[in-house]
Design a protein around this ligand. Sequence first.
Ligand code: SF4
Ligand code: SF4
Length: 399
Amino acid sequence: MKRRDFLKAGAIAAAASAFISPKADLHAAEESGVSVKRYTEIGKTGLKMSDISCGCGSLPSASLVLRAIDKGINYFDTAPDYGKSETYIGEAMKNIKRDKIILASKFCNPMPYPSHLPLGSTKDQYIASIDGSLSRLKTDYLDFVFVHAMGEVDKDKEKELKRLLDENMLEAYQALKKAGKVRHLAVSSHGPTNMEDLLMAAVDSGHYEMIMPAFNFMKFPKIPDVLKEAKKKGVGVVAMKTLAGAKDMQLDFKGADFAQSAFKWTLKHPEVNGLVVSMKSVADLDNYLPASGQEYSAADERVLRQYASAHGSSYCRTGCGICEGACSNGVDIAASLRFQMYFKDYGMEKRAMTSYARLNNKAEVCLTCKNTECTGACPYGLPVAQMLRETHQTLTFNV
Ligand code: SF4
Ligand code: SF4
């Protein structure tokens, strides 16, 4: 057996062994012909994840979890505030061999997104949030628990640094670990403020075994330094927001697939162990998994250039936040535009609207504002003021 065939057979065997599956489901996977081709150890955890993995923010059903496993995906990123995601995984759990999948959830409550535990939460609140997740997931442990959304819960860097190293959180984590309820501590950030600095602080702290940054081909000049440091210190890296907005895919890429090219770009970085992408349907699995284990090529480069040329002046770079503070009215610019992206580009309308409704400084004031300082602050030439007006109208149905 050739090495490539051996690896392929191993991947399929890994998938099958993770799944207590009715035969029909396994046959369905064989019919579709796509599956995970590469597994990489997450830092020094000893856990090997599928390079393309399941973000559960828009998970539609338990059956999609089983289908993803069937295709070799073994890493699932969920959270209490990702709709019914944890419940669906819990429903699937009776058909899953628990030790064959990697489950990651968040210190978070099941209310509308975002419900991450803020600074000042007690040790008992941190522990209770995990007990809630375990109950919904119908399992007795998480492989990873995240301190989530660094740079979003508070724009004040010092306050977020305190949340990163919160004694109550760390004590809760140790207690949970001792009780066998969690195995590893992780941290994530999609900005909009201080993403790189906060993740670097996490890596340097020695407390975190994995980081999850927003990372794609359209920005992030300082992220490579964070990735290098993470690799040096044996901290795993799982990327998110890899589709650079996932804007309309109607462009003619001449037979190539934008998502697959974007994934290959992210995965070509040796520090990146894998990526999570929101899986909403079987079609997503079929569209995304052909990129697994594949090399980034000149053809991929052309596809990404074409996308950047079409969307570079309308994509608000997740994790950027350069314009934060530019508005004298204090509008939450990057967060507003990210929720608009969830609505328009990700098809996550409910989550986008409920999240926007909870923002302190919405873009309503932009409807009548004549200032242009926000637009002037964006180095990528986005018509920020106009985009914010549209955002407010869309996310409040104020049209
Ligand atoms: S509007 Fe421009 S500067 Fe502001 S966060 Fe988005 S990309 Fe960055
Ligand atoms: S349009 Fe006016 S209120 Fe809105 S973000 Fe820009 S400067 Fe601020």
